[in-house]
Design a binder for this molecule. Structure first.
Ligand SMILES: [Zn+2]
Length: 441
């Protein structure tokens, strides 16, 4: 099918574009970008609704799809449905499934499920160590051949400095990104929330921010030693960001991501005792949140990633100490980013696109991040002024564990296009009536 996305405000920082442009798509590929493109006979025109913004497809480089093994929380199919409804054309999924994704067989299983679903692209992240046990290096070459774009033991930190060094050396040689969940397990102990006055008042065991900061310092030092790129998952404290900035200033190839919940919520939210405020890393005090927002604005934070972590309602219904860590995030990330960062004037649209598309594509070395002629047509159409009331009951994820129930936010998703196919169309956005029906709407 050939069509022209007409009269959208295109925000494509990688190509230096921010203005009204048309995009011609043929057989799943962007063939032309320009102003007032002629419409050849047989070409469909998809008028972009007024006020909507056309961006390169958003990429969430940190999600948990739970399949194989925990299909009661999420499947690859339900996860990619949530992804496209959240405006994401691609996700990278962490290896802490059951079995752990430490082999080509598991990687291929996930890719087959993603192909069958046919919605967002799925990039598996392989385990850094066998079984993510932190003892023996995983077969990183085999994982790469099977389709993994990165390695991590996420859920757990890469256990020892020696193992981290070896992972960096081998992954670096194979041009595979290393991502670490940075947290000193001995300092974390049995902590469940941020260590501070709120935790003490509530009688909950704390995790000091230093548990994250120490580990990040270790990893940045080793990334320097091995001269290998290293990515910090879900960075959450001011001290961690200082360490990343210092590493970058020393020329070390370190990048980092921040999750939306860490820039919109503080540990004050714990007072609800709602287990949907329990995540790892934990919600931090206002000073940390302020530092993260500064980092998102000034470019020292590279990526917004959701750490989408679905859990069944029965699991989250346990006591605060017993409930699992994590919340869902794929279907709220765009609205939270618009409402709390863009509409507050902290970042502009092009920075938003860098954080959600350009940088994740560059760091993972995957397709996307730009609306270039010849590139696959992975495109997000965002609705910056759409009024959204967050309701777990209308979300596509199989799980409903998120702390934003009932929040009124300004900004959302109009449509999601993957490989030229409109896979999501938001019926709440006016002006999409003439668009083709989508698999998710
Ligand atoms: Zn993690």
């Amino acid at each position: 099918m050939t069509y022209i996305l007409k009269n959208g405000r295109v925000v494509d920082p990688a190509n230096g574009r921010d203005g009204i442009f048309d995009i011609e798509v043929r057989d799943g590929v962007i063939v032309r970008v320009g102003q007032d493109l002629p419409v050849p006979a047989g070409t469909t025109v998809l008028e972009v609704p007024a006020g909507c913004v056309v961006t390169p497809g958003l990429i969430d480089m940190h999600v948990h799809l739970r399949e194989p093994g925990q299909e009661h929380k999420e499947t690859v199919a339900s996860g990619v449905t949530a992804a496209v409804a959240g405006g994401f054309t691609a996700v990278a999924c962490m290896p802490n499934t059951s079995p752990i994704n430490d082999s080509a067989a598991v990687t291929r299983y996930i890719r087959d499920k993603a192909d069958a679903a046919g919605l967002a692209r799925v990039y598996p992240i392989g385990a850094a160590s066998v079984g993510s046990k932190g003892e023996q290096l995983a077969e990183i070459g085999e994982l790469k051949t099977a389709g993994c774009v990165a390695v991590s033991d996420d859920g757990h930190p890469i256990r020892t400095a020696l193992l981290m060094r070896r992972v960096l050396e081998y992954a670096g040689m194979l041009d595979v990104l290393v991502i670490d969940h940075c947290e000193d397990p001995t300092l974390k102990g049995d902590g469940v929330v941020h260590e501070g006055p709120v935790a003490s008042e509530l009688g909950l065991h704390g995790i000091p921010g230093e548990a994250e900061e120490l580990w990040i310092e270790r990893d940045i030092t080793l990334a320097g030693l091995t001269r290998t790129p290293f990515h910090v998952a879900h960075l959450s404290t001011a001290g961690s960001l200082r360490a990343v900035r210092a590493g970058k200033a020393r020329g070390i190839q370190v990048t980092c991501e921040v999750a939306p919940h860490h820039f919109v919520l503080t540990d004050e939210a714990l007072r609800s005792y709602d287990t949907n405020t329990k995540m790892n890393p934990p919600l931090r005090p206002q000073a940390d949140v302020d530092a993260l927002v500064d980092g998102l604005a000034d470019g020292s934070v590279d990526v917004i990633a959701t750490d989408h972590a679905p859990h069944h309602a029965d699991e989250k219904a346990l006591s605060y100490d017993q409930a699992p860590f994590g919340i869902t995030g794929l279907e709220t990330a765009v609205s939270l980013t618009f409402d709390r960062l863009v509409h507050t004037g902290r970042i502009g649209l092009s920075r938003m696109v860098e954080l959600l598309s350009v940088n994740p594509a560059r760091i993972l070395k995957v397709t996307g991040g730009a609306l270039s002629e010849g590139a696959p047509a992975d495109i997000s159409v965002l609705a910056p002024d759409l009024k959204v009331t967050v309701r777990a009951s209308t979300q596509r994820s199989l799980s409903r564990n998120m702390p934003f129930e009932g929040w009124d936010l300004r900004g959302g998703v109009a449509a999601t296009i993957v490989g030229g196919r409109v896979v999501y169309r938001n019926t709440a956005v006016e002006g999409l009536g003439a668009w083709p029906p989508a698999a998710v709407q």
